[in-house]
Each structure stands twice: as C-alpha cells, then as structure tokens.
Unconditional design. Structure first.
Ligand code: R5P
Length: 289
C-alpha cells in the first residue's frame, strides 16, 4: 500500500502514512498558464494498492478533475487497486433536481468516481435524502465518523453543556452526542430560502440558564445557519456558545462572522482551517488497517 497525497490531502496524508508505517509520496500537481492541470506520480505504483488522500474544498471542481486524473493514471501505470479517502466529499447536497431543468450534480460525480476508483472512504458524508453511500456509489464505500472525537472534545473542554442541532437533519446526531456527553438536547426547525438565507426556531423549551450552548452540525459553509441559530438562542438568554462541525468549509469569512457573534468555533481537520482543532488522521488510518 502506498499513501499518496493529492493537492488537498497534504495536511493528512503524511500523518496517515506514518501511523500505518506505509510509504508516502505526494502527487506532483502543476497548472499550465491556461489553468489546465498536469500531474505526475513520483513513486512506482505498479502492482501496488494506491490510497489517494484528497479533501474537496475551495477549488472543488479542480480537486475532482485532479482526483480522476490521478486515479486513471495510477491504473494506467499498473496499480492493483485505487482507493480514495475523501475526508470531505462535495456535491452530496445536490442529490436531487430541486427545480425543473437542473442538473443532479451528485449523480454525475458518482458515475465518474465509480468508473475510476475501486473503493471510497468518506468522513461524515452529508446523507439526507440518500440514506447510505451504497445508494450513491456502485463501488465499495465506507462511511467514517468523527463523532467520538467530537464527543471526547466536548467532555474534556465544556462544562454543563446543552446540545442544539440547528435543523431536523441533525436530530439523530445531536441526540447521540448528548447521550454520550450526558446532557439535554434540542433541535431547531430550519427553513432555507436561499444559499445565504435561513430561519430557525427551537423545537422545544429547554433550560439554558447557566448552560454552555453547544451547536453541532456536519458542516459550516457560509455560517448563516449557525448565525441565525446563535441569534435565536441569545434572544432566549443563551450566553456562552460553541459551534462544533466536522467540516469547516467556512466560506465568505464565516469563521470571523461567527466569532463576531460571540461563538467559539471548533471543527475537525477534514478541511484545514484556523478552527480545526480535532485531528481525524487516526480514524482514517484505523479504517485502512
Ligand atoms: C445542511 O443541511 C447542512 O447540515 C448545514 O446545516 C448547512 O449546509 C450549513 O450551511 P451554511 O453554513 O451555509 O448555513
């Protein structure tokens, strides 16, 4: 087995290779002046199992092309098997045609992944309408989770917490974390009007006096979901707020906006960012054993 970092997997690949005691080699990725991608393996992949580590953030579409190029090149060079570890996998929210004429983007992405890759690992994929990864990919798929890391982090750092899930999709998750941490939880009912406009309302009365409010979501993108949730809880008298998310996508200065609203933000490092305090490399390496 050889661990190969793609351009958005460098922050995890070396650690994973060290934990597994396997050879590591970074993929050499450059761009032509017109932005076309050129890539090169600097290790012999013939007859080897190749593990590509690639998280999909910022220039997501380039990441997709790069990953497909890498997988196909590895096969062309004689690799026995190509595994993709995607700490954060994109397009999972585009799993249906919301309006007439729209592309179901996830379907196209999945079709291409199925063609070039043999096995895929994803941390906390956004499964909502599709219930399992096997409904999305034909190849062998593995759903990993950072739940236990988040639970331990909360147990170690937050006293007297109450867990809030910012929408119904987070119900099971918030419930599980609350059970493990040993505290009360509630959910907010979220209505989404556009990518940057949501409204939220608490689903039940909870006692938040002298509690530390913990919001927990799978991802923070623009931060608007959590900004609205913070506003609503502050109106109810909530004081100390910490937002936990697995994937800190954090576009459009989301981190700064949340901090300005008085929240501490903690994410895992599926996507590297200033709030990434929880390391997922062990979860990945254990799953590859
Ligand atoms: C939605 O279903 C997700 O779980 C997140 O709540 C959402 O994608 C976060 O997006 P944003 O930070 O842009 O509100």
């Amino acid at each position: 087995m050889i661990i190969i970092s793609c351009s958005h997997g460098l922050h995890l690949a070396k650690k994973i290779a060290a934990k597994l005691k396997k050879p590591y080699s970074p993929l050499e990725v450059t761009h032509f002046p017109d932005t076309e991608i050129k890539l090169k393996f600097n290790i012999n992949v013939k007859n080897k199992i190749i593990v590509l580590i690639q998280s999909f953030y910022r220039d997501i579409n380039d990441c997709i092309i790069e990953t497909l190029f890498a997988a196909e090149t590895a096969k062309d060079l004689g690799a026995k098997k190509v595994i993709l570890v995607a700490p954060y996998f994109p397009y999972l929210r585009q799993d249906k045609r919301f309006n007439p004429g729209e592309c179901v983007s996830l379907r196209t992405i999945a079709k291409n992944i199925d063609e070039d890759i043999d096995e895929i690992y994803i941390i906390d994929p956004h499964l909502h309408r599709e219930k399992t990864l096997s409904h999305i990919f034909k190849i062998k798929s593995h759903k990993l989770t950072a739940n236990s890391l988040i639970e331990n982090y909360i147990k170690k750092t937050v006293k007297n917490p109450v867990i809030i899930g910012p929408d119904w999709e987070s119900y099971k998750w918030a419930q599980r974390v609350a059970e493990k941490v040993g505290c009360d939880f509630a959910i907010m009912e979220k209505e989404r009007y556009s990518a940057r406009k949501v409204s939220v309302k608490l689903n039940k009365k909870i006692d938040i006096r002298s509690k530390n409010l913990i919001f927990i979501d799978d991802m923070i993108s623009t931060g608007h979901t959590l900004l609205e949730a913070i506003k609503a809880m502050k109106k109810l008298g909530g004081k100390k707020v910490t937002c936990f998310a697995v994937h800190g996508i954090l576009v459009e200065n989301a981190l700064e906006k949340l901090q300005k609203a008085g929240a501490t933000v903690i994410t895992s490092n599926t996507i590297p960012n200033k709030a990434a305090k929880i390391d997922v490399s062990e979860i990945i390496s254990n799953s590859l054993l």
